[in-house]
Design a protein around this ligand. Structure first.
Ligand code: SF4
Length: 226
């Protein structure tokens, strides 16, 4: 059972607590909602730093390296969040930039603005007999394309699924790529608004991964906030 014990109260908005390569680390830009980013512990001058592994997966080598990092710069605790993240607790504010950079070298992002946090994918054909597409590869490509759209990041969630069971996102997502046959996806949006299917309305059918991603990004553009 995972808890948020010790994570502390929400940080004060707009308070700079350190620097990282490329700019200041600001508390209160959203990390308290998902335990991603940097937040101050209650009754302490120390902070926690929450990382998100790409697609919620972390291998043994990376986890071991993260544990070593925790031993060096914090209490040694690693805490797992319900949002597929990993937190280092009790980090000194002076160490925030270094810890964030060390995490990035391990492929772990602590930036709440990184669109990788918006994408979930099941095991797909790499790890499930029912999988009809390589969801892991296709979701990574989707993340890469979202990251390349700097300044146009939308508050949209994406779900890439190897079949219609939708294991990776039981609660659904705003845009879903659902494998419909070997190597092809249907693209759905409007879940909860349109009840044509559990995933919403199909806006693309039997599309190769590249075409399905293009349709998903079109839906993203239409959902962007000003
Ligand atoms: S959604 Fe389908 S392909 Fe993906 S893990 Fe579940 S059963 Fe397997």
């Amino acid at each position: 059972m995972l808890t948020r014990s010790g994570i502390g109260s929400p940080p004060r908005p707009g308070v700079s607590i350190g620097t990282r390569s490329g700019g200041e680390v600001i508390v209160g830009t959203g990390p308290s909602a998902t335990a991603l980013g940097v937040g101050r512990h209650a009754a302490s001058d120390r902070v926690w730093i929450g990382f998100v592994p790409l697609l919620g997966r972390i291998d043994a080598h990376t986890l071991g390296a993260l544990a070593d990092l925790a031993d060096q710069v914090s209490s040694g605790d690693l805490r797992v969040s319900p949002w597929r993240g990993v937190l280092l607790a009790d980090v000194r504010t002076d160490d925030v930039a270094g810890v964030a950079a060390a995490g990035e070298r391990l492929g772990l992002n602590s930036d709440p603005a990184d669109p990788a946090r918006l994408v979930v994918a099941c095991a797909g054909s790499r790890g499930c007999a029912a999988g009809m597409t390589d969801t892991q590869a296709d979701a990574r490509e989707l993340v890469d394309q979202l990251r390349g759209r700097a300044g146009t990041r939308a508050p949209v969630s994406f779900h890439v699924s190897g079949c219609a069971k939708g294991c990776a996102a039981p609660a659904g997502a705003e845009v879903s790529l659902i494998a419909e046959a070997d190597g092809v996806y249907g693209v759905f949006t409007g879940r909860g608004i349109h009840d044509a299917s559990p995933f919403g309305v199909r806006v693309g059918a039997e599309l190769a991964p590249a075409a399905a991603i293009a349709v998903a990004l079109t839906e993203t553009s239409q959902a962007e906030l000003p």
